[in-house]
Design a protein around this ligand. Sequence first.
Ligand code: 13P
Length: 354
Amino acid sequence: MRTKAGLGETARAIVADAKGILAADETVSTITKRLTARGIESTADSRRAYRELLFSTPGIAGFIGGVILQDETIHQDSADGIPLANLLVRRGIIPGIKVDAGVRPLAGAPGESVTEGLDGLRERLEQYRELGARFAKWRAVFVIRDGRPSATCIHANAHALARYAALCQEQGLVPIVEPEVLMEGAHALERCEDVTGRVLQAVFTELFVARVALEGMLLKPNMITAGHGSARQASVEEVAEATLRVLTRHVPPAVPGIVFLSGGQDAALATEHLNAINALEGPKPWTLSFSFGRALQDEALEAWRGQREQVPAAQRAFLHRAWCDSAAVLGSYSAAMEGEAGIAPADSTLHTHH
Ligand code: 13P
């Protein structure tokens, strides 16, 4: 199997130098919920202003190597008329794009879903590449309940992820393969470990059958935690050990990077978990980094509140969290950093327009 020229290079560049990914690919409906929860009206322009605030944060390119955009955003321009994808490229950040069409009920598997969006995907990938995207994302979702996820659900989603990944590589885009086992439920950590292991094994089997070059992709999994509703939450150390154990068992070393989703974890806890995983002894053949949505954005969104004069405060909050998460990639994060302002490397390409 050959890796299409450049794909491995792009995959490695996204996570080089302890950088991670900002997932800013919330659909219009999801970002609208997050904005209105903070009293911010959701319009195409307020969504543009919010994303531009994040992307133009001074110093952020030191900690963020890639940003996942969503269809509306990749078509939008900054206040200065620069396409937002180009604004990222100018700052040395690689733009990516969410390409799945969301989850639908899976026939034959009551209460479970399959991610759709394969129809016409080749043509959409071609268009997104022209708009500047260099990687893509597709998210499959698994819920833990009695008897779930079913083998039917695991197989259908793993197969779709593999077909998506193969199409991405054909079109010269690095696929981010995201099988997310949700944190909702009252299950123990051991159950999450078992389910995630089965899901990852099925995903890599399908990727192999679909002839996906593992060197030219990134995996975006959940960490291994107890369910949100569980009375016994696992310690940071337990989460780290279980997460590394599952990845060691089920993810081939040819995969250059594993970028965790945050999945609704508190921002600082997600940082602590990532740090503990990277601080563990033992072989870690992949770069272990982050592709956080909420855990990178929540504090910034809280600080912004849709107010122009709060933009610098929101950018400081975002920079601080990204700095902490990047330190966690090195295993050098400490709780003391929470009180520090963080490093803001001089960034001459900086633009803040509001
Ligand atoms: P969270 O980090 O908020 O889970 O979002 C990451 C993501 O992209 C989910 O698809």
